[in-house]
Design a binder for this molecule. Structure first.
Ligand code: MF3
Ligand code: CO
Length: 255
């Protein structure tokens, strides 16, 4: 069942999203060569606390951290560790879900450490473009898979891999609500979108194939062919005026 939110609830999610996106803005100052992903996670935890945000990840199915930090060929759900040290040329994906007064925002971004290849820069650019293409379909009256198809169309132009086993999701008071939002599929299927729905849309794409596996830590999702991967995520709400991005405080919230 897709939970419909009223304006006040969406406003609360927006407040969470504003604070979370402000924390993300500072991340480039923290993702420095020689820093462990555990130190980055601890910094995020401190910032969440400062802002009154409550982590939705810590404690979720036994997860012990407030962020997922995935490097290079790790796609998503990278577990922060003191032995994973950021180095020149790394592509760092950070994903954080937190709530303010019980209302969640979920967001992920890619960060380059030093210079990256043209290919990797393009991969990230296309992930962002695919996210925006998906968001632009989040209008009342459209079908859910219009979002999925728009994401896939963007990625298919470049022949990048799309993860099939992981998806975006509804979001509200819980981090994960119905529906599941695949990053591929045929348009015109699934529930009809309505004002008051809120989604976390999150394309996960690779430079190579779409085969992935979960590492020894039980969480980290890695590409089998070791190709680099990109992941970006925003929390959006469907309003009478179309989609609004709740996790882009200092950026354009309309796509
Ligand atoms: N925020 C992520 C998502 O969109 C990751 C959840 S996994 C967690 O689903 F355990 F780390 F929280
Ligand atoms: Co999510």
């Amino acid at each position: 069942m897709i939970i419909i939110k009223n304006k006040a609830s969406i406003e609360k999610m927006h407040n969470a999203g504003k604070l979370l996106s402000e924390i993300f803005e500072q991340l480039p100052n923290v993702i420095l060569v020689g820093t462990s992903t555990l130190v980055i996670d601890s910094w995020i935890e401190k910032e969440l606390l400062k802002n009154g945000l409550v982590s939705k990840m810590k404690g979720y199915m036994g997860y012990k951290h407030v962020s997922c930090i995935s490097l290079n060929d790790e796609v998503v759900h990278g577990v922060p560790t003191d032995s994973k040290i950021v180095k020149q040329g790394d592509l760092v994906k950070i994903d954080v879900c937190a709530s303010l007064k019980g209302y969640c925002a979920d967001m992920a971004r890619c960060f380059f450490v030093g210079e990256s290849s043209k290919e990797i820069k393009q991969l990230v650019e296309i992930a962002k473009r695919a996210l925006d293409a998906g968001i632009s379909k989040a209008h009342a009256g459209n079908h859910l898979t219009d979002i999925s198809a728009a994401i896939q169309a963007e990625i298919d132009k470049y022949g990048f891999g799309i993860l099939k086993d992981f998806a975006g999701h509804g979001i509200g008071k819980s981090m994960h609500e119905d529906p599941e939002i695949l990053n591929y599929g045929e348009a015109g299927k699934g529930p009809v979108l309505q004002v008051g729905m809120a989604f976390a849309i999150e394309p996960m794409i690779t430079l190579g194939g779409d085969d992935v596996y979960i590492t020894q830590d039980g969480w980290t999702v890695k590409t089998k062919d070791k190709s680099f991967a990109a992941h970006v995520e925003d929390t959006i709400a469907i309003t009478n005026e179309g989609p609004i991005v709740l996790t882009r405080y200092n950026q354009e919230e309309r796509v």
